[in-house]
Design a protein around this ligand. Structure first.
Ligand code: FMN
Length: 320
């Protein structure tokens, strides 16, 4: 039986900060009110005002960090109970997490290890197919968090998605404010932003890189290749839905990493209101709200490991 201590709880927060975030902005702040109680806040100073004026991507990023914290706690043999949005008068207070003694299991330790290995690898996937059963298994991981994931297996719909992704990318590139904000977050600082080596990795293993927001000029349409696609969506489109999406994204990503699969989110198509609406219409019959599109595939097995993106020091993310 493990009991939470300040030292362990600080380590849990460090691991939570390994979560993915839009442009590696790490838009979160944490308060350790006791060894067994952690609070998660949105850091609005790190919101992308042009790309993400509503705070959707910021909140999804925080949801992913929250899920990471819970996974890390379980890996340490703790049980984490989460109370979402505990203060109705403070929208930035996203969650209070209470830690209780519990037991470690082999499964929880393995899941925690996958958290440290997860990363966004933009070097392009091989053309090995992702079996439908694997894709549906990943999609199922979204459900427990209040979000859903739709496998896009129909080739015609995948082409439609690819067209919308291209249109969204073009629209953002033509908007000087948005393009400048994205540029600012490439090699932003030694502790945040997307390093050039991760935004524009050198090709390796003979696999051609697919287009993405950091590399729009790549030759093959990513969605026209063998990438499998999942669309994360929710029934509402508010802060609670975005938090749920972040938790689901993290759950899917960690599960994918455990199974040797690689995952790359694509959110330009969500950020541009027009393409988000069209995606909603084409894939969800106007019934749900698209939140994140993810590409799933296999990396070339002989590739050297990628250098992880940096994170801020723990002291910088802890509130007094
Ligand atoms: C909400 C959200 C949106 C993202 N959107 C994109 C995207 O459109 N394109 C992309 O290449 N990566 C995207 N990412 C991945 C981030 O750039 C990545 O998580 C961050 O740089 C940290 O790197 P890591 O995932 O390797 O730890 C997104 C991540 C999150 C959480």
């Amino acid at each position: 039986m493990t009991a939470p201590t300040m030292k362990v709880t600080r380590e849990l927060v460090r691991m939570a900060c390994r979560a993915p975030s839009i442009h590696n902005t790490q838009p979160w702040a944490w308060r350790l009110t006791a060894a067994d109680t952690v609070e998660l806040y949105a850091d609005r100073g790190r919101q992308l005002d042009q790309i993400d004026p509503e705070g959707r991507a910021l909140t999804i990023s925080c949801g992913a960090a929250l899920h990471h914290l819970v996974v890390a706690a379980e890996g340490f043999g703790l049980v984490a109970g989460t109370h979402l949005r505990p203060d109705p008068d403070n929208a930035d207070f996203l969650a209070r997490i209470h830690l209780e003694p519990g037991e470690t299991t082999d499964a929880s330790v393995q899941t925690m290890a996958a958290l440290e290995n997860r990363m966004t690898d933009r070097r392009g996937f091989t053309d090995w197919e992702v079996p439908g059963t694997r894709l549906h298994h990943l999609a199922d991981a979204a459900t427990g968090w209040g979000a859903h994931a739709l496998p896009v297996t129909d080739p015609g719909l995948a082409v439609r998605v690819g067209t919308l992704v291209e249109e969204a990318g073009r629209e953002e590139r033509e908007n000087t404010d948005i393009a400048t904000e994205q540029e600012d977050w490439i090699a932003h600082s030694p502790v945040d932003g997307v390093p050039v080596s991760n935004a524009s990795p050198r090709p390796s293993g003979g696999v051609e890189r697919s287009p993405d927001r950091f590399n729009p000029g790549a030759s093959s349409a990513r969605t026209g290749s063998s990438d499998a696609l999942l669309l994360l969506f929710t029934s509402a489109d508010d802060q609670s839905a975005w938090l749920a999406t972040g938790q689901a994204l993290s759950a899917i990503w960690i599960l994918a990493a455990q199974g040797g699969l690689s995952l790359t989110p694509e959110t330009q198509v969500i950020e541009v209101a027009r393409t988000r609406q069209q995606l909603r219409h084409s894939l969800l019959d106007d019934l749900g709200h698209p939140q994140v599109l993810v590409h799933v595939g296999w990396q070339e097995s002989s590739r050297p490991p990628q250098v992880p993106t940096p994170r801020r020091d723990l002291e910088d993310v802890l509130l007094p």
